[in-house]
Ligand binder design. Structure first.
Ligand code: KG4
Ligand code: ZN
Length: 320
């Protein structure tokens, strides 16, 4: 069994996954409430919370799997990209556990982890496929050729799609994280009420900063009571623009590469309109879209382990 640990942002997560991709336990302790009043993740607060949560979360995962550390064959941990202080908590915990049991350690790239969410049972997706990875920190189109092997076809030139959701939610006076809030409110609104722009960027790249500015202007022009009345319409129109940009690029990339299969992963893959707008696409289950450790353990199945005790000097990285 693989013990996966993920602490790259504001979720403290541990999971136990078998070598053939079955999830025995998947525990996620979200810190969202802790950061909500700041309207976003406060890195130092996140690190301190990870420190408090990482051991109980690992214990809970073991208990859920009815296992002990004696059942663990290797330890997988997110090494980056993410908040450096947050990452270091997970990396230190993983090193300590692996070292104490003389186990190998598998450093995992968080983005590889998101893709590897697709490789888990009961409905694993096999490469090759075209993959949209849309999270709070990244928006990428990947040509996935094999497990752990891909080519980057496009990326965002400014904000990530999840960031656009979060910043939009903030402008609308909604809570954090904003994606889920906009998703919910958009169901009550008219997506055609506002004509928000879809950026025209060459190639297969994305851009969301102009859209965010358009929403800012729309909100600024409204009196408070008017904003309250139009909030659902704004949310629906804003979401429609993000989804159009994402789905449009996915279709263009599929045409260019001749990809027969499309997959969508990352926190934004939980968006109901995006899911509906790409019929036939392979979608990670909702619980595996947002950050979790099962996807990290899954990626470790296809990555090179570092033997005991060679990993003690291993460092985290904030960006690729
Ligand atoms: O993958 P993830 O959990 O963390 C990162 O690696 O960034 O993604 C978090 C992002 C946040 O920006 C959040 O607002 C967005 O995913 N998100 C959503 C939904 N659920 C989460 N965006 C749109 N609709 C959703 N239902
Ligand atoms: Zn993520």
């Amino acid at each position: 069994m693989i013990l996966g640990i993920e602490t790259s942002c504001d979720e403290t997560a541990a999971a136990l996954v078998t070598d053939d991709g079955r999830i025995r336990a998947n525990v996620v302790a979200s810190q969202a409430d802790l950061h909500a009043r700041f309207g976003g993740v406060v890195p130092e607060v996140a690190s301190r919370r990870h420190l408090e949560l990482v051991t109980p979360v690992i214990r809970e995962a073991l208990a859920m799997a009815d296992a002990t550390l004696g059942d663990v064959d290797r330890v997988a941990v997110t090494r980056g990209p993410g908040l450096i202080g947050a990452l270091l908590v997970g990396v230190a915990a993983a090193k300590a556990i692996a070292w104490s049991r003389h186990l190998p350690l598998v450093p995992v790239d968080h983005l590889e982890g998101h893709v590897a969410a697709l490789y888990l049972e009961p409905d694993p997706v096999e490469p090759p496929f075209l993959c949209l990875l849309a999270s709070g920190g990244h928006t990428m189109l990947l040509d996935v050729r094999a497990h752990g092997e891909h080519e980057l076809l496009g990326t965002t030139l400014d904000d990530a799609a999840g960031e656009a959701f979060d910043k939009g939610a903030r402008l609308l006076g909604l809570g954090y994280p904003g994606g889920r809030e906009i998703d919910r409110l958009a169901r009550e609104g008219d997506p055609d009420a506002y004509a928000f722009p879809v950026a025209r960027v060459p190639g297969l790249d994305f851009s969301f900063s102009g859209l965010k500015t358009a929403l800012l202007y729309a909100v600024r022009d409204l009196a408070p009571d008017e904003l309250a009345r139009r909030r659902a319409d704004l949310a629906a129109s804003y979401q429609r623009a993000i989804v159009r940009a994402l789905a449009g690029r996915v279709r263009a990339a599929a045409e260019q590469t001749g990809a027969e299969r499309i997959a969508v992963v990352g926190g934004v893959a939980a968006n109901s309109e995006l899911r509906a707008s790409l019929p036939g696409a392979a979608l990670a289950p909702l619980a595996l879209c947002t950050d979790n450790a099962a996807m990290i353990a899954s990626a470790a199945r296809f990555a090179e382990p570092v033997a005991y005790p060679g990993y003690l000097g291993l460092d985290a990285y904030a960006s690729r």
